[in-house]
Design a protein. Structure first.
Length: 220
């Protein structure tokens, strides 16, 4: 139930304010909608909704409590027999306030307050029911996930190995102008050294042969 707004009271005294709200509630239950100032409509809403809540009980004590505010027995009978049964499925929010603009003369903000009748209330599930729904939905989601995992086709091993073979790195061939490895440089150096040694040994043998030929010529 909405709490009454704080501010200046209606009328000149607290008793006058109670009589004003009682008369407004009586007119609201009798006609279904009334036009009044916005301040009075906001003050009337909690009073009218509290009386409707008592009327929904339907017992003698509730009827006597409503009669202390609404003194017209015909309106009280209408409240208990016609209005209250229509709100049996609604937990609060029995009235609606609609602003209609300022009033001519004193420029007071006017509004229409009416009973929300003939509109189905959106029933909210209880907290325990919502918890039970979520708990029941969790196993269903798990079973659905396992079913999807089982339904997935198996992948062939050859097909899976093919991309791996394609992704293997090719041997890198050194391009022209690039520096050679240290092992290749060492092999080339050994080959050059061997060629030089063979050339020197061949030259020494040639010189030895020439000197022997000269000695033989001298002896002859």
């Amino acid at each position: 139930m909405p709490t009454p707004t704080k501010g200046h009271r209606l009328g000149g005294s607290p008793a006058h304010e109670r009589h004003i709200l009682a008369n407004l509630a009586t007119a609201l239950f009798q006609h279904g909608r009334i036009i009044t100032t916005e301040a009075k409509a906001r003050r009337l809403r909690p009073v009218a909704e509290r009386l409707i809540t008592f009327a929904k009980r339907g017992d003698l004590h509730a009827r006597r409590h409503v009669l202390t505010v609404v003194t017209d027995q015909g309106v009280v009978h209408q409240l208990f027999t016609e209005i209250a049964p229509e709100f049996s499925e609604r937990d609060g929010g029995y009235t609606r306030i609609t602003k209609i603009g300022p009033r001519k003369g004193d420029n007071a903000a006017m509004a229409v307050i009416e009973l929300v009748r003939g509109e189905p209330a959106a029933a909210k599930p209880r907290r325990r029911a919502r918890r039970a729904d979520t708990r029941a939905a969790a196993p269903a989601a798990a079973t659905a996930a396992t079913a999807v995992a089982v339904a997935e086709p198996e992948v062939d091993d050859d097909a899976s190995e093919a991309p791996e073979a394609l992704t293997r790195e090719r041997p890198q061939v050194p391009e022209e102008g690039e520096a050679k490895d240290s092992g290749e440089i060492a092999d080339e150096a050994e080959d050059e050294a061997g060629d030089a040694g063979e050339d020197e040994s061949g030259a020494a043998e040639d010189e030895a042969g020439e000197s022997d030929a000269e000695d033989e010529d001298r002896d002859a």
